[in-house]
Ligand binder design. Structure first.
Ligand code: TYD
Length: 139
């Protein structure tokens, strides 16, 4: 992918025909960090729902769409990309310093996020200009 600190993760699919499918996310094998926190996002029945709008200084995360679909907007400060996600076996790895937004959720959308650390508000950059300045100062 033409973006810094970002990659698509394809989990194995163990398919059992009419009995469904299993996808497996294992630490270090599929998820490139030790998961300290899992959170999920649901009740997205508002067509104008918009989440994210921030970057992290150090946190690493992988976002899965367990059900339904949504669009993930990504911006590493130089390049931008929108990804439509509707496959529960596909995760998106978000490393640090990546501005992200989530929008265009289907009513039944459920997102599940695996994170490398506990919630810490001081790791967030919630203002886009501040994000650009932060990147400049990191160089
Ligand atoms: P935020 O990370 O901004 O959500 P999103 O990226 O999905 O839009 O978090 C929204 C609010 O929820 C914020 O006030 C902090 C709180 N929160 C926690 O307390 N713990 C958590 O693990 C997360 C992810 C959020």
């Amino acid at each position: 992918m033409n973006l810094k600190n970002c990659e698509i993760i394809h989990l194995r699919r163990i398919e059992d025909g009419n009995d469904g499918t299993i996808s497996v996310a294992e630490e270090h094998r599929d998820i490139p960090f030790k998961t300290k926190r899992v959170y999920y996002i649901y009740d997205l029945d508002n067509a104008s729902a918009l989440r994210g709008k921030h970057a992290h200084k150090e946190l690493e995360q992988v976002i899965f769409c367990m059900h339904g679909s949504y669009t993930l907007g990504l911006d590493d400060g130089t390049n931008q990309m929108d990804i439509r996600v509707e496959d529960p076996s596909m995760g998106v790895y978000l490393g640090p310093e990546l501005w992200h937004t989530m929008y265009d959720f289907s009513d039944d959308c459920v997102l599940m996020v695996m994170a490398s650390d506990y919630y810490n508000e001081s790791d967030y950059i919630r203002n886009y200009d501040e994000f650009k300045n932060y990147l400049k100062n990191q160089k």
